[in-house]
Write a protein that binds this ligand. Structure first.
Ligand SMILES: Nc1ncnc2c1ncn2[C@@H]1O[C@H](COP(=O)(O)OP(=O)(O)OP(=O)(O)O)[C@@H](O)[C@H]1O
Length: 321
């Protein structure tokens, strides 16, 4: 009969410190092996070799091997909105850039199948991600934020006809990519509050959600729906951001309020969710965004507004407990 110590000695040259102490039950030997960092083919080779070596020991008829991996605890922060065009992608990109500017290891996932716009916002248009052992490698950007977008996986417009399971598996590829040291992923969700959003949120549970709205009533009704969607599945609402607030006329400097004023802050108070701040409606924000130059990097009013909102998110992410 072989003892557990003898099995441990036999596998030490193969598995090293990866193997826990073996267990024997009758003629069954059970091994637990840490596969962290091993690619699937390396894992298979290790399994074959361990089975051969241990199976050849006296009195062992069956070898059972369980692989474990130390899963990185990566937080997902969802950026959602009740309706399209309110600046959700703009916020997602700028929040990620501002958090990276504060030293966080943050990545960006564009799950917006209807209009993936993050590649343009992050100057990564037309760059296709590569894969290693069937795992996607995020695209590096000049902004210190690696990213992956549905728009990098499929031709424009193609994914719109997808059904839930296809979307789920595509999103899984983005989220389970080789994110390396990235510990926080900002996820730009599709606009709206339909089944797709619900499935995504349930399957890849975010640590918290940021909701973007314009100050106008209609957008706020939709924002309320978005908040309900997250609350229904107990995802904490980090807060509401008002985008496209007061418009500063580039000619006379006067402030006007094309989408109303203060609506989101009042709504946040009514709903009992934090108000994270407002971003002005500013032609310079649109121009910089279109040029793949996130305004959060700029030392102007728009940049300061994005950084102030990102600071609130930073506080939430780094709050003790
Ligand atoms: N504060 C702002 N000032 C000026 N333009 C803005 C501002 N926020 C966003 N925009 C512009 O509005 C347009 C829509 O923004 P964005 O793509 O971020 O919206 P969205 O909510 O993600 O839309 P969708 O999800 O429907 O694609 C873009 O052209 C963007 O540059």
């Amino acid at each position: 009969m072989t003892t557990a110590d003898e099995i441990a000695a036999a596998i030490a040259p193969i598995a090293g410190r990866r193997a826990a102490r073996p267990r024997i039950s009758g003629n069954l030997a059970s091994l637990i092996v840490d596969a962290t960092g091993l690619a699937p083919p390396e894992c298979e080779a290790l399994e074959r070799e361990l089975t051969k070596v241990v199976g050849a020991l006296p009195g062992i008829a069956t070898v059972r091997i369980a692989f474990t991996t130390e899963r990185a605890t990566r937080r997902l922060i969802a950026v959602g909105s009740g309706k399209g065009g309110v600046g959700k992608s703009t916020l997602a990109a700028n929040l990620a850039v501002a958090l990276a500017g504060r030293g966080m290891a943050v990545g960006l996932v564009d799950a917006d199948i209807y209009g993936p716009s993050l590649p343009r916002l992050m100057k990564a248009e037309g760059v296709r991600p590569t894969a290693k052992d069937k795992q996607l490698l995020p695209v590096a950007t000049d902004l210190g934020v690696p990213m992956l977008s549905m728009g990098q996986l499929v031709a424009p417009g193609q994914a719109v006809a997808w059904r839930g399971p296809m979307i789920g598996s595509a999103l899984g590829q983005l989220l389970d990519a080789d994110w390396g040291a990235t510990d926080t992923l900002i996820v730009d969700l599709p606009p709206g509050t339909g089944d797709i959003q619900l499935t995504m949120i349930q399957k890849y549970r975010p640590a918290g959600a940021v909701i973007v709205s314009t100050p106008q009533d209609l957008a706020l009704i939709d924002a309320r729906r978005a908040i309900d969607l997250f609350t229904k599945v107990q995802v904490p609402i980090i807060g509401l951001i008002e985008n496209m607030a007061g418009y500063a006329c580039p000619h006379c400097g006067g402030i006007s309020h094309p989408f109303g004023s203060g609506g989101a802050e009042a709504e946040a108070e009514r709903l009992g969710v934090p108000f994270l701040g407002r971003i002005p409606l500013d032609a310079a924000i649109r121009a910089a965004s279109d040029a793949g130059d996130p305004p959060a990097r700029h030392d102007d009013e728009g940049g300061a507004a994005f950084r102030a909102v990102a600071d609130r998110l930073y506080e939430w992410l780094n709050a003790p407990g």
